[in-house]
Design a protein around this ligand. Structure first.
Ligand SMILES: Cc1ncc(COP(=O)(O)O)c(C=O)c1O
Length: 409
């Protein structure tokens, strides 16, 4: 399979961590922190050089002038999430963007004040939505609905999501779900949820931290009101890299809704007149606050170039095969000691498999790491691994399952 893999050469474009004795690690942790593209350094150095040589003039006369630097990412980011370039912007970090989106799109009333999230949503999302509810002087005990899997199951059922929206829809202000769940790896039916939510008059947003760069997205067509994602997982932008944000075109000129302003969101044509009245840019750029951190955007450009070259369609095809191969091998080792809780259907998952352990705790993850196998642990009992099509091989998957079996026994 590796010999026939037309994407195999991309592996050479990334640095792989090494073990203490100098072996290349089996790195299956792109769902947490993607690997460093070898070109990241030169992208950063280019900007350091312009800064050294041009100082403030780099804003206009650098090789890649910093004033419109964030736009260098707009087309590629739009293509990645299936959006128009004006619907996306790269700014801030994920949780900040979720808050900015809720400032504009969570506007509770006495009749319609609830937010729907999934039970056990990533803690930052839980804290963000609860704090937004409290900020509007509502009570999370009444205003937060947590979608819960059926007894004995790990993933949500479509019909349960549908039924909840149908039942509670008139009191729901916002549905905010992870497109791919961080703990289980379940890929939700985002178009269906968006349709169901909109039918009931709810705002629909997605946290795409585990979806961006992992699964194909068609945000414009699916029609959620907003989405936000980080760029350090499958997008390989580096630790804490600048995040992405999508605002559907239907809100591009929604000047009347509340938003937190900052000078970089102001219409660029008049931004430097330094006037007192805030007139936002149209589209997602109108939610920017500050001038962008160039050194943090540079490695993301390096990675997005590689993404664009590889193409999401080819990456997805390889991803389905790699993950399927991993599941196939794991099933052959099906001890009572573990269970894959990620959905088996390939259109219901991305690259990640979540393996629930019955007889081991975090120590298993530590022992695998010491052995050069990098996945991660989520309490109380789940080991997560992702074979990332951009840089992982079928051999990585084979060797992982081999080491996993030895470590379990
Ligand atoms: C699903 C999800 N939401 C939110 C976050 C928080 O991201 P940040 O720290 O970049 O705000 C993460 C981080 O891993 C995440 O996985």
């Amino acid at each position: 399979m590796d010999a026939h893999d037309t994407l195999a050469h991309f592996r050479e474009r990334f640095y792989f961590p090494k073990t203490k004795d100098g072996r290349e690690c089996i790195y299956l942790c792109g769902h947490s922190l993607g690997l460093q593209p070898k070109t990241a350094r030169s992208y950063i150095e280019e900007e350091l050089q312009d800064w050294a040589q041009l100082g403030v003039e780099g804003h206009f006369h650098g090789k890649n002038p910093w004033m419109p630097y964030h736009r260098l990412l707009a087309d590629q980011t739009a293509a990645l999430v299936g959006a128009q370039p004006t619907e996306v912007v790269v700014m801030n970090s994920l949780t900040v963007n979720l808050h900015l989106m809720m400032v504009s799109f969570y506007r509770p009333t006495a009749e319609r004040h609830k937010i729907v999230i999934e039970r056990g949503a990533f803690p930052s999302d839980q804290y963000a939505v609860k704090s937004q509810i409290l900020f509007h002087k509502f009570d999370p005990a009444q205003s937060l609905i947590e979608l819960t899997p059926c007894q004995g199951e790990s993933c949500l059922r479509d019909e349960d999501i549908d039924a909840l929206i149908e039942r509670e829809g008139n009191s729901i202000a916002l549905i905010l779900l992870g497109g791919v769940n961080y703990a289980t790896g379940q890929l939700l039916d985002m178009p269906a949820i968006t349709r169901a939510g909109h039918r009931k008059g709810c705002i629909v947003g997605f946290d795409l931290a585990h979806a961006a760069g992992n699964v194909p997205l068609h945000l414009h067509e699916w029609g959620p009101d907003f989405a936000a994602w980080c760029s350090y997982k499958y997008l390989n932008g580096g630790p804490g890299c600048v995040a992405g944000c999508f605002v559907h075109d239907r809100h591009a000129r929604a000047w009347g809704i509340p938003r937190f302003g900052g000078w970089w969101g102001h219409d660029e044509k008049t931004r430097f007149q330094m006037g007192p009245k805030f007139q936002p840019m149209h589209g997602a750029e109108g939610w920017q606050l500050s001038n962008p951190p160039i050194m943090a955007l540079a490695p993301l450009r390096a990675s997005m170039e590689i993404f664009t070259e590889a193409g999401m369609e080819a990456l997805r095809a390889k991803s389905v095969a790699l993950t399927g191969y991993m599941e196939f091998l794991l099933k052959q080792k099906q001890f009572p000691k573990f269970q894959v809780i990620t959905p088996a259907a390939e259109d219901r998952r991305g690259a990640q498999l979540s393996i629930r352990l019955t007889h081991h705790g975090r120590d298993l993850c530590h022992r695998l790491t010491a052995d050069g196998v990098i996945g991660d642990w989520r309490e109380p009992d789940t080991f997560r691994v992702a074979a990332v099509p951009l840089y992982n091989s079928y051999q990585d998957v084979y060797r992982f399952v081999e080491r996993f079996e030895v470590t379990l026994s």
